[in-house]
Design a binder for this molecule. Sequence first.
Ligand SMILES: [Zn+2]
Length: 442
Amino acid sequence: MGGPTTAIERLQSLVRIRTVSYADRELIDPAPFKEFARQLAAGFPLLHAKLDRTVVLDHGMLFHWRGRGAERPVVLMAHIDVVPVEESDTWQHPAFGAEIHDGVLWGRGTLDDKGCLAGICEVVESLLGQGFVPAQDVWLSFGCDEEVMGKAAPEAVRILQDKGIEPWFVLDEGGAVAHDAFPGVSKPLAVIGVTEKGITNVRLSVDGRGGHASMPTRMDTTARLARAILRLDRSPFPSSVPAPTIEMFRRLADHLPLALRPLARNAERLKPALARALVAAGPESAAMTRTTAVVTTLSGSPANNVLASRATAGINVRIMVGDSVSGVVERIRTVVKDERVDVEVVESNEPSPLSPTDDDAFRLLEATIATTFPDAVPTPYVMMGATDSRFFTAICDRVYRFAPFRMTRAQRESIHSYDERIGIDDYLDGIAFYRRLIEAIR
Ligand SMILES: [Zn+2]
């Protein structure tokens, strides 16, 4: 029995390894991560022989591929870990089976994010085999804990910073060649994330005297907290349309249903109307227009017959580019309008700065998309989720989030859920994208 010999078999072998991240780091099993490193070395021997490798924290990897020049280094990112598979999720094919059915490879991590990782490695391996030297240094940064707020990525940034490296651009997962992205638009959108919302957690708490539940007072801790929560719920953050969204509508205009074209073409001038339309269209598009804050956890008294001496609510906040953590806290205080409700930041992440779109690096991505996915409309967009690449904004102005794979709506919904899968041809197209990109670096 030999090892994997084709690109598909190599991806299959990596998907079969259960590199699962858990928020409780104690639960993370190091063995699969070691096995992953071993498989990667076996599958991509030239890459491992010719690139300098730095181990980042436990299982992260940073590879350095020397180019003819080093003035404009490029960082290609992906991550090794995957989210857990829930018992209750009904996969059509086993989550770690990497089975192929009708030209589709099924398994956790095929899209998020082993497809990107293996695709990058395929290209490097094959270019090395041809004696190709990239025009600029290329760094490969593979995180091992992206799914649990990433400690490896900031460490990789620190290592690069120590070496004085300022990347020309960074490419990580995020967007995709999204099919059926917009109602009424038949063309796929190649969405490139140019900023991501900041994920921040805030705690509301009300302290009181507690006591026996047989003698309650009015507006006790729980009622006061509930009033604060309702006030927040009734006062969503103001909506607006950020620059990448305006650019997206401008590019989309010709492909939209006729009735919507004037609005899209004049998005800049008609911002308020566009913002209202997006809010009205549903929670997904509403989230594109504003900071969101929602209460996710609640706690009061531990017993039915005891008044809560302390009632707390956890608020998950997704901060839009243009807003800030301090601005959000200030607004929450204003809306809650109650001095006895304490507002405290538990975890603080600012939104990522905007990466430029009128720029050579962005145009390089667009051109590579145009060649590889000629039917797609490339466009910048605001990412709702978080990626490891946000840490790289500390050393690079051009951080782009795009996985070069076609994804249907069902496939996008399968990420972090069940039935995650990638088309074999789509995977091969993704490899072609990375190859063209590396060859086109100047
Ligand atoms: Zn991911």
